[in-house]
Design a protein around this ligand. Structure first.
Ligand code: DGY
Length: 333
């Protein structure tokens, strides 16, 4: 008696340029379709790509909501993000449909903390303004104090949120001779690196405020006009978390009025920002980077590998290593 060979699970991958060998590894076990477009897939293209698939390996910019999940179809069991942040995902919609969604904590903490530390140094010491002046041939023509910055050593760093990236930054800050304090709304303990302080105290006593909280309805716009006004006029604000947490208009106004010394942003609302006339790019006391917190080949490969391991686990009937709370495989899948 001849049987039809069982078809292999189908896996879609939303980017062609993910580093490392994890996608090739998936292709040895599954029928893998990789997005072939030159630009990232728009929502309809992502849904077409994932349609009829058992798994999708996606990145943080891919929007995973109810409409996408319905269009992808009932075979879809797992969406594995190569991203720690998951504000692009409608977790409730995935939970209702029995789709596991996974993300990549741990593997990017040190790499992202490196960028947060770099932004502290760049913004506080006015390093980009100095380099820009050199490029204009102005070294020597400026007043002696034009590029004076503020010391990083001896300054107090206030961390909003105290997860893996914040703790990795606390370790770096200690090495730079900074004092460290943090605010987390529920975990109110001190540790050897940092002491817990109330939110208002953190704003008013920190020389550098660095944001390390996910973007949620509660944290959206959490640093606005009032919060900036509570910070010291000599303070620096750094954001490597998500753009929507900071009110950018309020930040620009505070910098222009001299109510805040400087800021460094690796994340913005409405990414990518491609207008060269964007007011964020013109403010001399604001350092902006194109969301490069986790952007090293090694770390992005580790993120892709963890996403692939999540797919392999779910398709193999095992628990995903790093699922989002509230999402799980549906029974009988
Ligand atoms: C993350 O993993 O959340 C980084 O911001 C890249 O999206």
């Amino acid at each position: 008696m001849s049987g039809t060979p069982a078809s292999r699970p189908r896996v879609a991958v939303s980017r062609a340029d993910l580093p490392g060998d994890a996608v090739a590894r998936l292709a040895e076990r599954y029928d893998v379709t990789v997005w072939a477009g030159t630009a990232p897939p728009v929502p309809a293209e992502l849904a077409d790509l994932a349609h009829g698939c058992d798994a999708l390996l996606a990145v943080g910019n891919d929007r995973i909501g109810g409409e996408f999940l319905d269009a992808a179809g009932p075979r879809l069991r797992v969406v594995a993000l190569a991203s720690m942040g998951y504000d692009s995902v409608d977790v409730a919609a995935a939970g209702e449909r029995g789709v596991v969604v996974t993300h990549t904590p741990d593997v990017l903490a040190d790499t992202t903390a490196d960028v947060a530390m770099a932004l502290i140094l760049m913004a506080r010491r006015r390093l980009v303004a100095g380099m820009d002046a050199m490029r204009r041939g102005e070294w020597g023509s400026a007043a002696v104090n034009e590029f004076f910055g503020l010391d990083v050593h001896g300054a107090t760093l206030g961390l909003i949120g105290y997860g893996q990236i914040a703790r990795a930054l606390a370790r770096r800050a200690a090495g730079f001779g900074m004092r460290v304090q943090h605010h987390h709304p529920r975990r109110k303990e001190d540790d050897v690196l940092s002491r817990w302080v109330p939110f208002d105290e953190l704003l008013s006593t920190s020389d550098v405020v660095s944001i390390h909280t996910p973007l949620t309805p509660e944290t959206s716009g959490m640093i606005g006009r009032e919060e900036l006004a509570r910070m010291k006029p000599t303070a620096t604000l750094v954001n490597t978390a998500r753009g929507g947490i900071v009110d950018e208009d309020a930040l620009l106004a505070a910098l222009r009025r001299g109510e805040l010394h400087s800021a460094g942003l690796d994340v913005m609302t409405d990414e990518p920002r491609t207008d060269p006339a964007d007011p964020l790019f013109a403010e001399p006391r604001l350092v902006v980077l194109p969301h490069v917190g986790s952007a090293t080949g090694a770390t992005r490969a580790a993120m892709t590998d963890l996403a692939a391991r999540n797919i392999e686990a779910v398709l193999g009937g095992e628990a995903a290593p790093t699922p989002l709370p509230g999402t799980q495989d549906r029974p009988g899948h």
